[in-house]
Design a protein around this ligand. Structure first.
Ligand SMILES: Nc1nc2c(c(=O)[nH]1)N[C@H]1C(S)=C(S)[C@@H](COP(=O)(O)O)O[C@H]1N2
Ligand SMILES: [Mo]
Length: 249
């Protein structure tokens, strides 16, 4: 929490107090202020919570009776229907971008990696939560196998579905990418991941709000900057609705 960041937050609050809210998002200065406020949230969250602190984990009997689906509930393509019918035998997850050793992994390859299981609470900004058990390899394992290059600063998740006509995508920084509870889940509550929850693969990024947890995962891309990805704000909801990129909870 530097003095510069604190000044940025104060400037933002002053600007809001001036009653210019509706036009704020259009000005470069306001964007900078919001970005600074978000950086402040990231720094404060990590300072208070610790970089490695685990999100709470629960007992099996605390699981919700249902993990509802939200956002896209399927992928509208013939390939997806076909794959769903044959157990995703031809689904491949690409690990690309700033890596020395790009990977293309089948669901069997993903299952053969060391696995982590975790019972966690999902929090959606729309105002609902659910506790469920997720299982899959840690993202860090894949990044190590692909040999992440030193220029990489962010990990972008590419998805098979579209929302409002645009491909869903999300991104996180390397602290969250290597967090022990950041996994690529292929199982929910002991069974193969259901269609509505992102089959065959979806991210779990347990210290973040629901929209960061990309479903229907097709590729993991290491990049230096988010500027040229989608609308440049790091995720579909960030681009179209101004959601915060850093959604730490
Ligand atoms: N590809 C993709 N991922 C997504 C979404 C989506 O629409 N498409 N919705 C997000 C939102 S807002 C939430 S709350 C969770 C919902 O996960 P669930 O469907 O398993 O409840 O997925 C997130 N990941
Ligand atoms: Mo959500």
């Amino acid at each position: 929490m530097s003095g510069v960041n604190r000044r940025g937050v104060l400037a933002g609050l002053t600007a809001l107090g001036a009653g210019a809210c509706s036009d704020l998002h259009k000005t470069k200065t306001a964007q900078d202020v919001f970005r600074t406020a978000e950086d402040w949230h990231r720094a404060a969250h990590r300072l208070l919570a610790g970089r490695e602190r685990l999100a709470p984990e629960y007992r099996p009997d605390q699981r919700s009776s249902d993990m509802r689906g939200n956002g896209s509930l399927t992928v509208d393509s013939d390939f997806y229907r076909e794959q769903l019918a044959n157990g995703f035998a031809d689904w491949q997850l690409q690990v690309t971008g700033l890596v020395a050793e790009p990977l293309s992994l089948s669901i069997d390859d993903i299952r053969a990696l060391p696995q982590r299981s975790q019972i966690t609470r999902h929090d959606c900004v729309e105002g609902w939560s659910a506790i469920a058990e997720w299982r899959g390899p840690q993202l860090g394992t894949l990044l190590d196998r692909a040999q992440l290059r030193p220029e990489a600063n962010f990990i972008v998740f590419r998805c098979a579905d579209t929302l409002y006509g645009r491909p869903y995508y999300e991104s996180i920084d390397l602290v969250d990418a290597y967090h022990p509870q950041t996994i690529i889940a292929h199982e929910l509550n002991g069974a193969a991941l259901p269609e509505k929850n992102g089959a065959p693969l979806r991210m779990r990024i347990e210290r973040h709000l629901g929209y960061k947890h990309a479903k229907y995962l097709t590729a993991i891309e290491a990049v230096a900057s988010l500027d040229d990805i989608g609308g440049g704000k790091g995720g579909l909801w960030e681009d179209i609705a101004g959601y915060q990129w850093y959604a730490g909870i």
